[in-house]
Design a protein around this ligand. Structure first.
Ligand code: SAH
Length: 360
């Protein structure tokens, strides 16, 4: 890749770049503000035309192209397929909640973790995303929703970011940490880390390292099982790191930050959904400041996993609550636009058409 992605430059680097073209530092500030709004060089109409032409010759914005966008559906969910300069693509989902817009960001193309219920890891990991590419997902989605619906002047297009798209964030640790710092940059998007969640399949050393960065993000841990036996059926990573070590690393996070940890638990019919599994899970988490998010398993093509009946899910929830574990069931959003975890990319790449009439 020869042309420079400007979105990846710090303020100082961008200023030096602009000054190298004979322009003043003021132009760097203009470019930065426009990049964060997701504008292309052509749309930066506050810049002289000749300068824009020169930018085209020497640089690229670094903002991914949205090659496919679905939504908003009935739940106010949008689904995006972002494509980068090398042609690789990742998915993103934006959920418009009453309290703000949440964007689910991908951190890798593909994933090396190979969880049995997840579509993202089917082809293995293709590559890590660079920090500016993750930031690019945020600004591209932001530009899209700003264009698609009337946002008030003080409403941000993206209020919350969750690292729950394709990839294992802590397997791309340094880039993810740099991306988080970019999100929080007071001269940039200035997003509070309280509005950012990092979800991991449970790499204990990296979880502790994330805690030690001092970035006060919400840590989410994909536990999905009450013990190693069941966890190994769902997640290969469980053979490397025992569940006890994962939960210990979560306890370390709570101790160091004073913030609760969220445990994600996909309910898979006949695998991890029995009342005694809930009791075992509660015992494992006893005394920890935490919350359990119960997620009915979305069906995936490659495995015959499915969600238990609602009554089974309700029973599981009740058992946890009886044991004084805070928990909620996650609403399934975006299922009617293939928005629910891992489906859009495969359909698009395999050439199947999305449901009719959902293209914006
Ligand atoms: N690698 C990280 C981030 C990926 S997001 C991690 O493992 O946490 C992982 C989340 O995607 C899971 O916790 C779950 O919430 C969701 N997910 C993946 N496949 C799913 C499926 N088939 N049904 C429901 N949720 C799924």
């Amino acid at each position: 890749m020869s042309a420079l992605p400007l979105l990846g430059m710090s303020e100082g680097e961008l200023t030096a770049f602009v000054e190298g073209m004979g322009e003043s530092a003021y132009r760097a500030r203009q470019i930065r503000a426009s990049l964060l709004k997701g504008l292309s060089f052509d749309e930066m109409t506050d810049l002289p035309k000749a300068f824009r032409g020169e930018l085209h010759r020497r640089a690229v914005t670094g903002i991914p192209r949205i090659v496919k966008a679905l939504g908003p559906d009935e739940d106010d969910t949008y689904k995006f397929l972002f494509s980068f300069k090398d042609g690789q693509a990742v998915e993103g989902v934006l959920m418009a909640y009453r309290y703000g817009n949440t964007l689910c960001v991908s951190t890798q193309v593909g994933c090396a973790m190979g969880c049995a219920f997840c579509a993202s890891g089917l082809g293995g990991k293709v590559r890590d995303l660079a920090p500016f590419e993750m930031l690019g997902e945020v600004v591209a989605a932001g530009a899209y929703v700003r264009g698609a619906r009337a946002l008030g002047p003080d409403r941000r297009p993206v209020d919350n970011v969750v690292l729950m798209g394709s990839g294992e964030p802590l397997d791309n640790f340094d880039n993810v940490v740099t991306f988080l710092k970019m999100l929080g940059d007071p001269g940039g998007l200035n997003m509070s880390m309280r509005h950012v969640s990092v979800s991991t399949c449970g790499l204990p050393g990296r979880m502790r390292a994330l805690t030690d960065t001092g970035l006060r993000v919400t840590l989410c841990v994909s536990l999905h099982a009450p013990n190693d036996g069941i966890r190994k059926r769902l997640m290969p990573v469980a053979s490397r790191y025992p569940i006890g070590e994962v939960v210990d690393a979560a306890r370390y996070h709570v101790r160091r930050t004073g913030r609760r940890v969220i445990f994600e638990y996909i309910l898979v019919k006949g695998v991890n959904d029995r009342p005694e599994h809930a009791v075992e899970l509660a015992a494992r988490l006893r005394g920890m400041q935490c919350h359990v998010n119960l997620i009915p398993c979305n069906p995936v093509d490659h495995a015959d996993f499915c969600a238990p009946a609602p009554a089974v899910t309700a029973r599981f929830e009740r058992e946890l609550k009886n044991a004084h574990i805070s928990c909620t069931r996650r609403r399934v959003l975006g299922a009617d636009i293939e928005g629910a975890c891992g489906q859009l990319k495969r359909r698009t790449v395999t050439g199947q058409e999305p449901p009719e009439g959902e293209d914006p």
